[in-house]
Each structure stands twice: as C-alpha cells, then as structure tokens.
Ligand binder design. Structure first.
Ligand SMILES: Cc1cc2nc3c(=O)[nH]c(=O)nc-3n(C[C@H](O)[C@H](O)[C@H](O)COP(=O)(O)OP(=O)(O)OC[C@H]3O[C@@H](n4cnc5c(N)ncnc54)[C@H](O)[C@@H]3O)c2cc1C
Length: 370
C-alpha cells in the first residue's frame, strides 16, 4: 500500500511525457480527419501498438500503479490529443476491467491478453451493458443468458446498444440477465470469444462528437458460448443467485421503483429551468428591442445583455436537451445535437460573449465606450 501523493514519481513523469509526445505528434494532427471520416482510426491504433502504448503490458503497468494516477495521466494526455481517438485506442480497457473485476485468475490470464493481440495482429475488445430500454437503469436488462446443461453451454439472446467497439471487437464482454426476477443481482458477465457464431453488429451510430470511436448495437441471436465463458464460474453464480433468492429482493426493487417514479419529476425540473432561462432571455431581447425602437439609450449595456444571455442560454438549453435524452441525444438521428452545434455560433458572431461582458461592465462602471 503506497502513501497517496499528487507529487508524480519519476516513472509517472517519464511515461506521461512519452504519451504526451505520441498525443502531440500522432494523435492531435490526425484528430480532425478521423472526426470527419467517423471511422475507427486503424493506422493510429497500429502506431500505438508499435510503440507499446496499445498493449497488454502497458495497460497492466498503468492499472497496477499503486498511486492510481498513471492511467488518469495517460488518459488525460491522449484525450488532449483527441478524445475520439483516445477512446478508439483505450476502449478495449472497458472489457479488460470487466474481465478483471469478475473473472477467476485463470480467466483473467486467458482473456485479457486477447483483448489487445500483438502489434502484428491487433485485437479490440468491447464491454456491453446498455440496452435500448436499460441505460442508467441497469437492473432492467432484457438480454438473457440461459444455461444448456447437456452441452455445458450458455445461450445468449438480446440486443446491446451504444457499445464502444461493438461488433468490430474481437472479444465482447457482455452483462446479461440469468434470472430477470432478481434484477441486477440476477445478472452475470460473459466473454464472447472471437469467431463465435450468433453475435453481430447492428446499427452503427452517427455521433455528435468522439466520432473516431466506433459506437454500435450488438445483436445476440442464439449465440452459444462454452460454460467457461461465464466470468467467475457457474458455482459462484449459483451461490450468488441462491443468496439473492433468500431474501434481499425487496430493498433493491424498492430503490428502483423510487428511481422510476422520480425520473419524470427530475426531467420536469430540468425543463422548468430551461423554460425559465429561455423566458428570461426572451424578456431581455424584447426589452432591448423595445428600447432601440423607442429611441432609448442602452445606458447599462442592455443590447449586449440580451445577446450575451440569449446566446449562452441557447448553448445551455440545447445541452440540457441532449442530457435529458441520454445516448439518444448524442447521436445525429435526433436534431438536438445539431441544435447544440448550431447554437454555439451565437456566443461568437456579432460580438463574442467576452466582448458583450466587456461592453456591459464598461457601461455599468461608467467607462466611456468608443
Ligand atoms: C458514445 C457512447 C458510447 C457508449 N459506450 C458504451 C459502452 O461501451 N458500453 C455500454 O454498456 N454502454 C455504453 N454507452 C451507453 C451509456 O452508458 C448510456 O447512454 C448511459 O448509461 C445513459 O443511458 P441512456 O442513453 O439509456 O439514457 P437514460 O438512462 O434513458 O437517461 C436519460 C436522461 O435521464 C436521466 N436519468 C436517468 N435515470 C435517472 C435517475 N434515476 N435520476 C435522475 N436522472 C436520471 C439521465 O441522467 C439522462 O439525463 C455509450 C453511450 C454513448 C453515447
């Protein structure tokens, strides 16, 4: 156990510098192209694999840093380069974390290296929990895993959505329900190894941002995996299910029921704020327009106030609209992401927000404006 300190040690400094150089020289210059192409940036992943940045050894080193800081430093540098490319390179670590958290030591040793492959034979991995009707509320997963005792195989069925590297990954780690009556306590994680029949990619999402990272549905259609693909093993699962059936059912179900009933109210509060700020913006605009029309001077920068407030509110309101819709707001089949991108210009043209603030502060402090 190491003492916690924000002072970086020599290893951390050197690795951060190394990753920063890669981000600066390779990732950042490539960012705009891959955002536009909206494809997995294979040449960049290859470069990362060649220098050992995309590798089992490096990720094992980063995750085993006793201070816990190294992976944060690496992620920050890579995201500074380009957030989409960073996720394309490190998206596999989600599956690694899933295997590490639930797998036996033998499963960890077998499956984690397969998430990365080698520089000559690069592999990707994906981790899938979310479903069309179960995003934040993971207790209501509909995808099912049914045990076929005669063959010692699990039969997986259902649809996963929003999955980073979904369908293009070689290894998928998926959370499915083995006993829907137990909610999240009736779920288990499975590895779907490369080449398994019955797993395929559904629609690939067109996104507002992080476009170099592949996001898609994963369809399971009678996908059969060997018994050893259940992370943690059958014995441990059976014990866990038996414990859950013994009685702890009501408290979690009650909590979920509370979430369900509070959700529309949270949305309504958010909508109330959006409406209130939009009305305030509208009133400021109308006041300024009325003053201009009636020949009144903008003694306190009233024109700038209206432009500043309405422009920034448009950005904020459209961001809230995306937030309310969750993943559905982040993809281009919904108009809100375009509204958000479009709204940004109102904080820039016809005098930026900063300039409007200057005008207002000068007006109210009595400084003369030319
Ligand atoms: C680019 C991208 C990559 C992703 N990658 C992965 C991946 O690799 N693997 C994976 O499993 N998933 C992935 N996801 C899914 C992501 O985790 C979900 O989108 C997220 O959990 C939200 O779920 P949802 O989209 O269903 O929205 P919802 O859960 O329906 O949420 C909609 C809105 O309601 C709010 N809300 C929901 N419940 C409550 C509550 N109880 N109280 C207050 N507010 C609430 C939310 O905060 C949000 O504002 C990805 C999503 C995107 C967009």
């Amino acid at each position: 156990m190491s003492d916690y300190s924000l002072e970086l040690n020599e290893d951390q400094i050197q690795i951060t510098k190394w990753v920063h150089e890669f981000a600066e020289n390779v990732v950042r210059p490539a960012g705009p192209e891959w955002d536009e192409r909206e494809e997995t940036p294979w040449p960049i992943i290859e470069e990362a694999a060649k220098i050992g940045l995309y590798s089992y050894d490096f990720i094992a080193q980063a995750f085993s840093d006793p201070t816990g800081l190294l992976m944060c430093l690496v992620s920050e540098e890579m995201s500074w380069g380009d957030a989409g490319i960073a996720l394309a390179i490190f998206g596999s670590t989600l599956a690694v974390a899933g295997i590490f958290a639930n797998g036996t030591p033998e499963q960890t040793a077998e499956w984690i290296p397969q998430c990365f492959g080698t520089p000559d034979d690069i592999k990707l991995a994906a981790f899938g929990v979310s479903e069309p009707d179960a995003g934040s509320d993971v207790s209501s997963l509909k995808s099912r895993a049914v045990y076929d005792e005669a063959k010692d195989e699990w039969v997986l069925n259902g649809t996963k959505t929003w999955i980073t590297n979904g369908g293009i990954a070689n290894t998928h780690v998926l959370v499915l329900s083995v006993d829907p009556t137990l909610g999240s306590r009736g779920q288990a994680s499975f590895v779907v190894p490369e080449g398994t029949p019955g797993i395929s990619q559904g629609q690939k999402f067109k996104k507002m941002g992080i476009r170099a990272s592949h996001t898609a549905e994963v369809i399971l259609d009678d996908c059969r995996v060997p018994g050893r693909c259940l992370l943690g093993g059958k014995e441990k699962l059976d014990e866990r299910l038996a414990r859950a059936k013994e009685g702890k059912r009501t408290s979690t179900q009650a909590a979920m029921a509370t979430f369900e009933s509070s959700r529309p109210i949270v949305g309504a509060f958010k909508l109330a704020d959006m409406k209130m700020h939009t009305d305030a913006a509208r009133l400021l605009v109308q006041r300024a327009a009325n003053m201009a029309a009636t020949g009144k001077r903008f003694e306190n920068g009233e024109g700038s106030m209206s432009k500043l407030y309405a422009g920034e509110n448009a950005v904020w309101v459209t961001e809230q609209a995306i937030q309310i819709l969750g993943g559905y707001g982040y993809v281009r089949e919904n108009p809100v992401e375009q509204w958000h991108r479009d709204s940004k210009i109102y904080t820039i043209f016809e005098g930026t927000s900063e300039v409007q603030r200057l005008v207002i502060s000068r007006a109210i402090s009595g400084i003369h404006i030319n």
